[in-house]
Ligand binder design. Structure first.
Ligand SMILES: *Cc1c(COP(=O)(O)O)cnc(C)c1O
Length: 451
């Protein structure tokens, strides 16, 4: 690693500061340096200039020596052109929305790469005739959810709801419990989304209690369907009551269940989280879900259920506007047929194993003179589901100033602040990233060596 923790960096007096600042190489000189000039061709001049400025600032602050500015700028360059940088999720939130939710399995990443060129996404190679788009991914989905006669995939969970509402309830009523009018995040509210399709919401029951009789009283010739929404980011406890899909099947209208999380079958560690198979078996007509939450796949919206309703939904003109890319289909199929996803592995990780990893890392970093210790802590599933569930976990506890330095380092690491420490929670960090994580911590300049 280029950025040194000890070494010649900082001055101890004002005169030294002025002198050191004078020795920081100028931007135009740095941009002429071979490695940075080559990078400007590859990544674009703006990206290289940003890395140069960041390195100069580190030198100005005394974190690095002026003669290390060029090396540091090279180290700060992203590996690819895009603005989306690969980060290590040490937040302890397994499905972190701001970090793109589920991390794809190696199998899914390979499938995406393979599908990036021309593929047979809509062609039967045996007959040479057009075939159903994404048919193998849809078959894999039905294999995993035996009670689903049909499946369809759109861009995300919200799109799945929009499509169902448009196809089955435009100009009609969607009957929904007052306790299930959910805001999913960033100010987006499902009721607004549903109304935007031209459907009317018919709210029934109260915030804490809604009975089958409440639904039954609201159903009539104007009803498009009954909608059950899983409160995936909050919990109402105490004097509560909700009707489940099974109780609503006798009402003579379709029952659509938005399970949110994308669990296809029951999860032993998350007994309160609804799953597609159980809902369909209980009598739901259609289930909608996200692909990048607990399923651990790419961003997409899953629709599973009855054949006739699915035909109406998947052949609606709007379906064409919400259809998914071949890369998504490739990743989804590989997720469904492949080995355990990083999401599943993170959920299942044993606390004792996480603590052993934290202790090993803390010992190695401590030997390098870093103020770190291994601590036990509590991780969460995240916006993807299972509100209120905590998962026992382990973390590296570092001084708070590490948080910003790690986020902006060459391998960005996102931790969390807790009780005045920067915690790097290992639950969502795959074990194969432990060394990258340690290296990132080592690369944070030591203020004792500078300023
Ligand atoms: C997450 C969620 C959605 C939205 O799904 P996206 O894939 O984020 O569009 C809708 N409903 C529920 C219950 C959810 O949890």
């Amino acid at each position: 690693m280029v950025v040194t923790r000890t070494g010649s960096a900082g001055p101890r007096r004002g005169d030294d500061t002025t002198d050191r600042r004078r020795r920081i190489p100028r931007t135009d000189a740095l941009l002429r340096e071979a490695r940075l000039a080559e990078a400007a061709d590859r990544l674009g001049p703006a990206t290289v200039k940003a890395a140069v400025r960041q390195a100069q600032e580190q030198a100005r602050q005394g974190f690095i020596a002026p003669e290390d500015v060029a090396d540091t700028a090279v180290a700060l360059l992203p590996r690819t052109t895009g603005g989306l940088r690969s980060v290590i999720n040490a937040t302890g939130v397994v499905l972190h929305t701001n970090l793109g939710r589920a991390s794809l399995s190696t199998a899914a990443r390979r499938a995406v790469q393979e599908a990036a060129g021309p593929t047979d996404v809509e062609l039967d190679l045996r007959t040479g005739v057009r075939a159903r788009r994404g048919r193998t991914a849809l078959a894999a989905l039905r294999d995993r959810v035996p009670s689903a006669a049909a499946a369809h995939v759109v861009n995300n969970g919200a799109a799945a709801l929009v499509l169902v509402a448009t196809a089955l309830a435009a100009g009609k009523d969607i009957v929904i419990s007052r306790g299930e009018m959910v805001e999913i995040g960033d100010g987006f509210r499902l009721p607004d989304l549903l109304v935007s399709t031209g459907a009317r919401l018919r709210e029934v029951g109260t915030t804490n209690r809604t009975t089958v009789a409440d639904y039954a009283a609201a159903i009539g010739p104007e009803t498009g369907f009954v909608l059950k929404v899983h409160p995936s980011n909050f919990r109402i406890t105490g004097f509560t009551r909700a009707a489940d899909a099974g109780e609503l099947t006798g009402l003579g209208v379709p029952v659509v269940v938005d399970i949110g999380s994308g669990l296809l079958g029951p999860h032993p560690l998350l007994p309160d989280e609804p799953d597609a198979e159980t809902q369909l078996r209980a009598g739901a007509s259609l289930v909608t879900a996200s692909g990048d939450k607990l399923l651990g796949g790419p961003q997409c919206g899953l629709l599973l259920g009855e054949e006739e309703l699915m035909r109406a939904v998947s052949r609606h003109p709007l379906a064409r506007a919400l259809r998914v890319d071949k890369l998504t289909l490739a990743a989804l199929e590989a997720t469904l047929t492949g080995p355990e996803t990083p999401t599943a592995a993170a959920l299942a990780a044993e606390p004792a194993v996480l603590l052993a990893r934290a202790e090993r890392l803390a010992a190695a970093l401590g030997a390098d003179g870093i103020d770190v210790r291994a601590v036990e802590c509590a991780a969460t599933v995240g916006g993807g589901g299972a509100p209120g569930v905590t998962l026992p976990s382990a973390a590296l506890a570092l001084p708070e100033r590490y948080a910003a330095a790690l986020r902006t380092g060459p391998v960005p690491v996102v931790g969390r602040l807790e009780a005045g420490r920067c915690l790097l929670d290992l639950r969502a960090v795959p074990p194969e990233d432990d060394e990258r994580l340690a290296e990132a911590v080592r690369s944070v300049p030591d203020p004792a060596a500078g300023r």
